[in-house]
Design a protein around this ligand. Structure first.
Ligand SMILES: [Mg+2]
Ligand SMILES: [Zn+2]
Length: 192
């Protein structure tokens, strides 16, 4: 079986913009490519899972999103850090686009996209990790049995404050995705 690191996209790999609707605005954190490369060099598959309710809200189409993701992969690819797969949920219960307006199982914290990835890539979820900047990411990861990491980038710092020690349960907290991957791969030689 394979092991993987599941990455949230916005606020974790890409600078949080609210809604990212144009490829020209794809802006990875400056440390994101190194984090991806380090995880891959340690044998992890790199999987992004992102909630894209902007599609349900009519802000962009799935074709637009594909162009945005191609741009993101080009940027990471130049740094030898391309993701193995990108999964997204286009739905939202309050969406304005009828086809995408629904309460689905694939919007995080729903675990459906992780289940699909695990099946496709033969992933051992217990040996895998989730890195994200919101509680919904952590719930997605823990719901799949993964070890979960909250990052303070994006919406992460206020999320850490809101959740407090109790709410974070078993999640680790790091300043950013690179620090999280260093811990996952034990590059930093310490446990936190
Ligand atoms: Mg996020
Ligand atoms: Zn969905």
């Amino acid at each position: 079986m394979n092991k993987a690191v599941f990455f949230d996209r916005d606020g974790t790999l890409l600078i949080e913009l609210g809604y990212l609707t144009h490829p020209s605005r794809v802006a990875p954190y400056h440390f994101a490519a190194e984090a991806l490369r380090m995880a891959r060099d340690h044998g992890y598959l790199l999987i992004a899972v992102t909630n894209q309710s902007a599609i349900a809200r009519g802000y962009l189409s799935e074709a637009d999103l594909a162009v945005i993701h191609r741009r993101m992969q080009d940027i990471f690819g130049e740094a030898r850090a391309e993701l193995d797969a990108i999964y997204y949920c286009p739905h939202h219960p309050d969406g304005t686009v009828r086809a995408y307006r629904k309460k689905c199982d694939c919007r995080k914290p729903g675990i459906e996209l992780g289940v699909q990835a695990a099946r496709k890539f033969d992933i051992d979820l217990k040996g895998s990790f989730l890195i994200g900047d919101k509680e919904t990411d952590l719930l997605f990861g823990s719901g799949l049995g993964m070890t979960t990491c909250l990052v303070r980038t994006g919406l992460g710092a206020p999320e850490e404050e809101r959740l407090g020690g109790e709410g974070l349960k078993d999640s680790m907290v790091f300043d950013n995705v690179l620090d999280a991957v260093k811990w996952i791969t034990r590059e930093d030689g310490c446990s936190r």
